[in-house]
Design a binder for this molecule. Structure first.
Ligand SMILES: NC(=O)c1ccc[n+]([C@@H]2O[C@H](COP(=O)([O-])OP(=O)(O)OC[C@H]3O[C@@H](n4cnc5c(N)ncnc54)[C@H](OP(=O)(O)O)[C@@H]3O)[C@@H](O)[C@H]2O)c1
Length: 172
């Protein structure tokens, strides 16, 4: 199984402007994002990220959607959707039982941080936008992380975005 994190960021490492605004994410990035979605068996997101999608965009097509929430009223199983509670390891075990090989984590900060701290992320893809935002949510939240990465690829997209792909080097 391979677990990839895909995030759009400003050059100063923010994934939102303020607490939730990601309207600055470019159309070019959406195309890239959907190409990663199509290549995944399942996408994993937190409840707050789910709420950012319009009703006609969710559940995201071409992949199985796994949404995390502790709110049991929202828990639901559908053809390409599972809204559930669990640790990062529980969620990966659920996906493994479903036979999924490629998982894509799509945010936000809270969810990303849990999967990184559980040492479950294999690759990180950042779509760096030409923006300085100054304040907002970060990629993984504030904590005492110290994770080493290996740069696998850089791509310039549409003379606008820089896509960086990293391998997460696991502690042995
Ligand atoms: N720039 C980008 O590429 C990008 C990508 C994605 C999201 N975003 C932005 O990020 C923002 C959201 O980030 P966020 O960090 O605030 O929230 P988030 O990670 O999207 O969602 C957090 C929520 O998920 C639920 N959750 C997380 N872990 C859980 C677990 N182990 N078990 C059960 N429930 C769990 C909880 O929901 P309950 O409170 O319901 O229990 C928690 O409040 C959005 O506003 C979005 O705009 C940006």
């Amino acid at each position: 199984m391979k677990i990839t994190l895909y995030m759009a960021t400003s050059i100063d490492g923010y994934i939102t402007r303020g607490q939730e605004d990601s309207s600055w994410v470019s159309e070019t990035d959406w195309d890239q994002f959907y190409s990663y979605i199509k290549a995944s068996d399942a996408v994993i997101m937190g409840r707050k990220t789910m709420e950012q999608f319009d009703s006609d965009e969710f559940p995201i097509e071409n992949s199985f959607n796994i949404v995390l929430t502790s709110n049991e009223d929202l828990h639901k199983e559908a053809e390409n959707l599972s809204i559930r509670e669990g640790s990062a390891n529980d969620i990966v075990n659920f996906a493994r039982k479903k036979g999924f090989e490629n998982l894509l984590i799509i945010g936000g900060e809270n969810t990303n941080g849990q999967f990184l701290r559980a040492d479950l992320i294999d690759e990180i893809v950042l779509s760096v936008h030409p923006l300085i935002i100054g304040q907002g949510l970060t990629l993984f939240g504030k904590s005492d992380l110290d994770v080493k990465l290996q740069l696998l690829e850089t791509k310039e997209i549409n003379n606008e975005l820089v896509q960086l792909r990293y391998k997460v080097l696991k502690e042995i």
